[in-house]
Design a protein around this ligand. Structure first.
Ligand code: MN
Length: 374
């Protein structure tokens, strides 16, 4: 099966490598590894010149988990996701040691940085319960990372209902549990993070030098433009304007002027923002401004935002992001278990980009940002 896939598709590099590279390398070198006098005589010439390149190392950082006590929050997702896929996702979200590691091994994912799946406690209305659940989630994840220290890493889950407690939890997660930052699932009970009450969290992230991954979630209310079309609500479309708007709120709300060293990561190839830099700047200038920011919107996107390839395994948007933001701003990710690890890995291996760019996207940026090494 491996051989046929390789013959028919360049995208099969990842799976074919393990089956074929050792063979072609040994046929080029000769079998014995002999002395310089007899090496030439012993070299077996196959007449084939191409050897499959080695797949690049990969760190993925939008990879999700859940804990049993938080499954009730997934009811929100069950409104829009069909029951078959939902069961498949749940089995994988609750697993740390079997299906997850097996899939990483199969498709060459070296490290997965795990985060609580949407919506998490961002939708829990009881503050105390949110705080307790976030701690439980972080402790459970920390134990899983301890069991697989070379393969798993963690992003903290934060009870942003109580911003000061959330900042303390971020500090505990980074300093005591060894986490690499935090991932938040959209607004918390309808509140967006440009509000001053969330400044302690930004201040803490900036001080610790860790990123905050802003993951999509459903908007607090169904937009009237989507009313009557549940297909548009959720991951297919609604998350995109919701998340892009949240990032623009952070920019125009002055969060990055106040905390200039903060790094926000967003997934799905930047939630359309890389395509819009020019227009954002042009139309920003004609609007009535309710507040002052120091620079143009695109400046903040280029300096404070990093994007991942999660859930967008397509070259044209990657090419756009590379041209708009530069390769240093793009990080490989999958969105496990909602997307296919196989498709994510094959996409980035086959993308027509240079080897150095592939290395930077697949692991170099993550190693630098998260202080990891593969
Ligand atoms: Mn995701």
């Amino acid at each position: 099966m491996y051989r046929r896939e390789f013959a028919t598709s360049a995208a099969a590099l990842v799976v074919s490598h393990f089956a074929s590279s050792a063979t072609s390398l040994s046929s080029f070198r000769g079998r014995s590894g002999g002395t310089s006098e007899n090496a030439d005589a012993e070299m077996q010439f196959s007449g084939e010149y191409n050897r499959p390149p080695r797949p690049v190392k990969k760190i993925a950082l939008e990879e999700h988990y859940c804990i049993p006590s938080m499954l009730y929050l997934a009811k929100d997702m069950e409104k829009s996701v069909a029951s078959g896929p939902m069961e498949y996702f749940k089995r994988r979200l609750l697993d740390f040691d079997m299906l997850r590691i097996e899939e990483m091994d199969k498709y060459g994912i070296d490290i997965s940085v795990l985060s609580m799946t949407v919506p998490g406690v961002q939708l829990e209305s009881n503050e105390k319960k949110a705080i307790d659940l976030a701690r439980e989630a972080n402790d459970t994840l920390a134990a899983a990372v301890q069991r697989h220290p070379k393969r798993l890493a963690g992003f903290a889950h934060l009870p942003l209902q109580a911003p000061r407690t959330a900042a303390d939890e971020l500090e505990r997660a980074v300093k005591e549990l060894g986490f690499k930052g935090a991932l938040v699932n959209g607004a918390t009970n309808g509140e967006y993070y440009d509000a001053e009450k969330f400044y302690p969290v930004w201040e803490c992230a900036e001080g610790l030098g860790v990123p905050i991954y802003l993951h999509p979630a459903n908007a607090p209310d169904v937009a009237s433009s989507m009313a009557g079309y549940p297909e548009l609500w959720g991951a297919m479309w609604g998350w995109t304007p919701e998340t892009a708007t949240h990032i623009l709120r952070l920019i125009i709300g002055g969060v990055f002027d106040r905390f200039p060293q903060v790094t926000v990561i967003t997934g799905h190839m930047g939630e359309t923002l890389p395509t819009l830099l020019w227009r954002l700047d042009s139309r920003f200038q004609i609007m009535k401004h309710t507040r002052k920011i120091a620079r143009m919107p695109s400046d903040y996107i280029r300096e404070n935002l990093l994007i991942t390839t999660s859930g967008v395994f397509s070259f044209p948007p990657l090419q756009c992001a590379m041209l708009a933001l530069g390769v240093d701003h793009i990080l490989f990710s999958i969105d496990y278990p909602y997307e296919s690890t196989k498709e994510a890995a094959e996409f980035i291996e086959a993308a027509p980009i240079s080897k150095p760019d592939r290395e930077v996207i697949c692991h170099g940026n993550a190693e630098r940002l998260l202080k990891l090494s593969v």
